[in-house]
Design a protein around this ligand. Structure first.
Ligand code: NDP
Length: 399
């Protein structure tokens, strides 16, 4: 029998909800491009419920305990005294969400001899030291596509909120004011601007498609070029490097995974290549941007705005400069964990566990590492190596 250790974010401060704002969520047939949604044999939750917090348990307890397995769910994930570190040494499977990542560092993997499978409830497995996972022959799987469209909607919202100066204007209302000039002093139209994405995979392409009706000039850079038909349909300009793309963009959105190739890609040098007053939106991973370089660029005016929901580490310490830098539109890591997305990735985790526990193959598109090698989605989008370094700083969040 297996021990499954699942790390989820805390319940709402007011307690686990007994009802939600809406009674249902739309039922989707397929993802864009034709990939099927998760196909578990059954689910033990109602789509639209809060599944990603501790009491939601991703809807897994009945299923796993019914088969005689042990499920441990906790939010306590950082530090030597955490429940995660205490429970890890005899765990067979770890499940974690990128929003509240249980950093599976090389040391932690070395201290978990029974561990065979790390499942990401969502997309983006950089919280696992993938090099250590490969060295130890682990399997790493994620629920590819489960929240890609959720994030793309969020990216469009963030771009519009920065360019149109939405957040400060909202704040004037909350503060009882009517200061129109203060609101519009930094407000522009998106129409006619040049918008570029670093990474044109599932999220990046969905962002481009959603921005097309805004009559903007669309640019992208990626390791693989999109089909010519897509470039023509969306009027895309391809750049062989991020350097060449950012020079012409008014808005840059980052939609590539964090791996050694992209870590700290947006440093002083690359931000220095951007147009003065450009906007940078990063919902991919915090570490793709150099923390202090972003803060400096907002202070100096090199960037007119920065927004996103991804930080490093997560949760960030109270003194993380992105909490207080000017002209930012940061939130906690939320874009990929709408209630709609949770229903899809909870079902996907169930599908992965059913396959694993019955000795069936996990879908190729869900695989990041298999049998010690990058595989499936991982082989396409990641490079070998580790990007979890420094994650211990998350322990400082509560201080
Ligand atoms: P995909 O794998 O579909 O797309 C990622 C794209 O990035 C691929 O086209 C890949 O290239 C490209 N890429 C990789 N390395 C580079 C590089 N060095 N330069 C330029 N492009 C590069 O993933 P998704 O679009 O679904 O997700 C992207 C990332 O977004 C995830 O890895 C995750 O980190 C983040 N994410 C954030 C969420 C949130 O809640 N904020 C939720 C979900 C995801 P190719 O494959 O062509 O080699």
């Amino acid at each position: 029998m297996a021990k499954i250790l699942c790390v989820l974010y805390d319940d709402p401060v007011g307690g686990y909800p007994t009802s939600h704002a809406r009674d249902d969520i739309p039922t989707l047939d397929r993802y864009p491009g034709g990939q099927t949604l998760p196909t578990p044999e059954a689910i033990d939750f109602v789509p639209g419920e809060l599944l990603g917090s501790v009491s939601g348990e991703l809807g897994l307890r009945k299923f796993l305990e019914g088969l005689g397995h042990t499920l441990v769910v906790t939010s306590d994930k950082d530090g030597a005294d955490s429940v995660f570190e205490r429970e890890l040494p005899d765990a067979d499977i770890v499940i974690s969400q990128p929003f509240w990542p249980a950093y599976l560092t090389a040391e932690r993997i070395a201290g978990a001899p029974k561990l065979r499978l790390a499942v990401t409830a969502g997309i983006g497995s950089d919280h696992v030291d993938l090099q250590a996972a490969m060295d130890k022959g682990l399997t790493v799987a994620e629920v590819t596509y489960s929240n890609s469209i959720s994030v793309s909607e969020h990216v469009v919202m963030l771009i519009l909120s920065l360019v149109r100066n939405y957040i400060p204007s909202y704040q004037w209302v909350i503060n009882g004011g009517w200061n129109i000039a203060d609101c519009v002093d930094r407000s522009y139209d998106l129409e006619g601007m040049t918008v570029g994405t670093v990474g044109a995979g599932r999220i990046g392409t969905a962002v481009l498609r959603r921005l097309k009706p805004f009559d903007v000039n669309l640019h992208y850079t990626d390791r693989h070029r999109l089909p010519e038909s897509v470039e023509r349909e969306l009027g895309l300009t391809f750049h062989p490097s991020a350097e060449s793309m950012v020079r012409v963009c008014d808005v840059v959105t980052v939609n590539a995974p964090l791996h050694p190739e992209t870590e700290h890609m947006f440093n002083d040098a690359l931000i220095g290549e951007m147009k003065r007053g450009a906007y940078l939106v990063n919902t991919a991973r915090g570490k793709i941007c150099d923390r202090d370089a972003v803060a400096r660029a907002l202070e100096s005016g090199q960037l007119a705005g920065y927004a996103g929901d991804v930080w490093f580490p997560q949760p960030p310490p109270k003194d993380h400069p992105w909490r207080t830098m000017p002209h930012h539109g940061m939130t906690p890591h939320v874009s990929g964990t709408s209630l709609s997305a949770q229903a899809r990735y909870a079902a996907g985790v169930r599908e992965i566990l059913e396959c694993w526990l019955e000795g069936r193959s996990i879908r190729e598109e869900y695989l990041i590492v298999d049998n010690g090698r990058l595989a499936g989605a991982g082989a396409h989008s990641y490079s070998a190596g580790d990007a979890t370094g420094g994650s211990k700083e998350a322990e400082r969040f509560g201080q």
